[in-house]
Design a protein around this ligand. Structure first.
Ligand code: GDP
Length: 297
């Protein structure tokens, strides 16, 4: 399937490295644990999460007197699934009306993800509306309109350079009038100008609280898996300027850095909700830790 296909490179890098360590029929000893940990660190799981995984593995292997490598591998898979297991998956809102504020730096796949989300939610039976809140770039507004047309969904927009909060204000009135279930708002991703970004998000949040307090609100951060450990740094920077409720991890297809999913879900305490596995409209999937681990090992 698409997930397995998309994760080919990650599987080649991560599972092959781990498989190599485990297939040599070596003794299950400290040296093996160290080699495993190194293979994991090299695969973008990162130092912190890798050592946590290996500490748990060490303990469990001892407790359960595991002595063959196949069992070590199964135990390793279980530990990773458990570690990511607290994710409440998907973006189906608990209540409607709902509003999603989508944040993330330019180029990570924010607009594409919004388009895919709109399509996904529409197919689940929700009435969706889009707000072109990234007024900083004309291309972002145009691109969102293209997605809107593709999905048959209305896009509320102003001119380039206008106040994003004003766009959101109009979008809320329109969503209310047309009884939309879910309003998805794009925002500008100017992380290099933290003060502006913070101010912009503060203003948008204020409008949402004032004009749409009945809506179930979620701020979702879009991260690009191909940036590996940098995605973690970016996430932490966004978490400083806004409350983030969930993560959408894009471009998992075609990267060997898929191990970053494990680090992101373990280290940020924010659930990974959806993953991008291609450029097409249907290439956004609910993140399922077990399916993910099964696809890469
Ligand atoms: P934005 O600047 O964050 O809005 O980024 P865009 O949505 O314009 O996406 C940037 C590029 O990444 C585009 O060429 C997209 O087609 C591509 N892209 C987005 N998500 C994915 C994904 O999950 N997989 C792949 N392969 N490409 C993606």
């Amino acid at each position: 399937d698409k997930l397995k296909e998309g994760l080919t490179k990650t599987r080649d890098s991560l599972a092959d490295k781990i498989g190599e360590v485990l297939s040599l029929n070596k003794k299950i000893d400290e040296e093996l644990f160290e080699e495993l940990e190194e293979a994991m660190i090299m695969s973008d799981i990162g130092y912190k999460t890798s050592s946590e995984i290996i500490d748990t593995l060490r303990k469990r292997v001892k407790e359960n007197k595991i002595s063959d490598s196949e069992n070590v591998k199964q135990t390793l898979k279980e530990i990773i699934v458990e570690m990511m297991g607290n994710n409440d998956m998907g973006i189906i809102p608990e209540n409607t009306p709902a509003v999603f504020l989508i944040v993330g730096v330019n180029g990570v796949g924010k607009t594409t993800s919004i388009g895919k989300m709109a399509y996904y939610l529409k197919n689940k039976g929700f009435k969706v509306a889009l707000a072109a809140g990234d007024t900083f770039r004309a291309a972002a507004i145009d691109q969102l309109e293209v997605w809107g047309r593709r999905c048959g969904i209305e896009v509320i927009k102003h001119q380039e350079g206008s106040d994003p909060a004003a766009v959101i204000f109009d979008a809320i009135q329109s969503a209310k009038a047309k009884k939309a279930d879910i309003l998805i708002c794009d925002t500008a991703g100017r992380l290099h100008n933290k003060k502006n970004l913070m101010e912009e998000l503060r203003k948008i949040n204020k409008i949402l609280e004032k004009e749409y307090s009945q809506a179930y609100k979620q701020t979702l951060l879009v991260l690009d898996a191909t940036t590996g450990q940098n995605a973690l740094i970016q996430a932490k920077q966004f978490m400083e300027v806004s409350d983030v409720n969930g993560i959408i991890l894009t471009k998992l297809d075609g990267t060997a850095k898929g191990g970053i999913v494990i680090a992101v879900s373990n280290e940020l305490n924010i659930p990974v909700k959806m993953i991008g596995v291609g450029e097409g409209i249907e290439d956004l999937q609910e993140f399922n830790p077990k399916a993910f681990v099964d696809a890469i090992f």
